[in-house]
Ligand binder design. Structure first.
Ligand code: CMC
Length: 423
């Protein structure tokens, strides 16, 4: 069978044949056929906007790999910083490289005092931590004017280190500000996840429980990248104008904020609390199906996964480990009942709607003491690595230019201005 596709323009009879590679054919075929012809593809459902060698996702079979490594193996055996190196550099680090990388990241964990004293202090006392986080990402860039040299590899590498190292510090600062607690400076003698937990919770003699430290690290690994999702696409689109990576990351974080994307973990916990008890699950499922609930079954469904999200499977296991330390989250029973009911319901089965990464993560975060407003911030910390990996891939890709889709104009034709008195 030929691995080609032939497109015929029935208006002119002109034909163009192009190769199909891994299920993708170039849109240049359409340009060749007629440069004034465009493809209408809302939400990019059928559009591959780039080549990428970072993350492989097979949604039909529930497969996720970073640089070829199955997510299950990385979650079991690796650490977040090792995975960050892998995503950014293409290969796992050797012992020397990992030592240097860890040292480099650790040396950038502090943020300028003005971020804390002048910038964060300007927020209202009840500001949402994710709103503070988004703004802080952009504000951070103003401390590093050299970040604008995005075509310089040395500068890019420097900003990548800074962003990865400083996002946990900023995240913890946003939380401490919102609850009125004094900020805790980074502790560079402990691991990346332990330092984050310490900055979040330290009051008096707080010591990080190693089981929660590991759970946090696994959650970071699972959220580190997910190819061309809404946030990463925002990073690429904004970055394509050669904006500095802090501004681009702020745009990506804004995209993540929405309830259909990274905001879903917060929405799941609120939904479970609203359901209230397992007896109410069947009625809630009926409400979702009829549209009466006014919302979807949050934490279910995915644009690409038409099978169980492999991250959700791992997170469910992590949840049980965390509950051994923290005690069971009372919402777990409702979640389990909801999952069981949905997986056995024709509405969800026929639409291939399965639990996604956000279905169980919120329960873990809540059990660990994080307020719901922090859940999306927790997603953004590790996803910063994915955004940066895609940002540098995009900037070094000779085929990429400034992102600029076309439109299908459906407005009125030219007409003459009507003076106010005659309208
Ligand atoms: N509950 C009920 N029905 C749903 C759901 C859901 N969670 N998700 C999709 N559907 C239905 C939808 O109504 C549609 O039905 P019909 O064909 O009768 O109109 C069908 O399934 C296909 O849905 P879609 O909206 O075309 O699918 P999409 O690929 O555009 O949306 C999604 C993907 C993730 C936005 C969506 O499934 C959703 O809103 N899920 C709930 C929010 C959520 O959990 N988001 C986290 C996603 S994973 C982490 C991340 O990416 O950040």
């Amino acid at each position: 069978m030929p691995e080609t596709i032939t497109i015929t323009d029935d208006r002119t009879g002109k034909q163009v044949t192009v190769p199909i590679t891994n299920g993708v054919f170039p849109a240049s075929a359409v340009r060749e056929l007629d440069p004034s012809l465009f493809i209408y593809d809302p939400a990019y459902m059928q559009t591959a906007a780039c080549r990428s060698s970072i993350t492989y996702l097979d949604g039909d079979n529930g497969i996720l790999r970073y640089r070829g490594y199955p997510i299950e193996q990385l979650a079991e055996k690796s650490t977040f910083l090792e995975v960050a190196y892998l995503l950014l550099n293409g290969d796992l680090p050797n012992a020397e490289q990992l030592k240097q990388w860890t040292l480099d990241v650790t040396h950038h964990t502090f943020v300028h005092e003005n971020m804390r004293k002048r910038f964060l202090d300007g927020f209202h006392y009840d500001a949402h931590p994710m709103g503070m986080f988004v703004s802080s990402m952009a504000a951070l860039g103003t401390f590093y004017p050299e970040a604008k040299n995005v075509l310089d590899k040395g500068s890019r590498d420097q900003q990548i280190l800074r962003l990865i190292a400083k996002t946990p510090t900023i995240a913890a600062m946003c939380h401490r500000f919102s609850v009125g607690l004094p900020f805790v400076y980074p502790d560079n003698d402990i691991s990346f996840p332990a330092n984050f937990l310490n900055m979040m919770w330290k009051i008096g003699d707080y010591e990080v429980d190693p089981r929660l430290e590991r759970a946090m690290d696994v959650l970071f690994i699972l959220h580190a990248d997910h190819e061309q999702n809404c946030g990463t696409t925002s990073m690429r689109v904004v970055g394509s104008s050669q904006a500095d990576p802090y501004s681009a990351a702020a745009a990506a974080a804004s995209a993540l904020y929405g309830p259909l994307h990274g905001g879903a973990n917060e929405a799941v916990v609120r939904m479970l609390a609203d359901i209230g008890s397992i007896e109410n699950v069947p009625a809630f499922i009926e409400d979702v199906k009829s549209g009466k609930a006014g919302s979807r079954l949050m934490g279910f469904g995915h644009r690409v996964y038409k099978n169980y999200d492999p991250r959700a499977r791992i997170i469910k296991e992590v949840a049980y480990g965390v509950f051994e330390v923290t005690g069971k989250n009372p919402l777990l029973d409702i979640a389990l009942k909801l999952e069981e009911a949905a997986l056995n319901d024709d509405y969800f089965k026929s639409r291939k709607l399965y639990p996604n990464v956000d279905f169980y993560s919120g329960l873990i975060y809540q059990a660990m003491g994080f307020p719901a407003e922090m859940f999306t911030v927790l997603f953004a910390i590790p996803r910063t690595v994915g955004w940066l990996a895609h940002w540098q891939e995009m900037l070094t890709d000779k085929e990429q230019k400034i992102s600029r889709p076309r439109q299908w104009y459906t407005g009125v034709d030219e007409r003459d201005y009507v003076p106010l008195g005659s309208r």
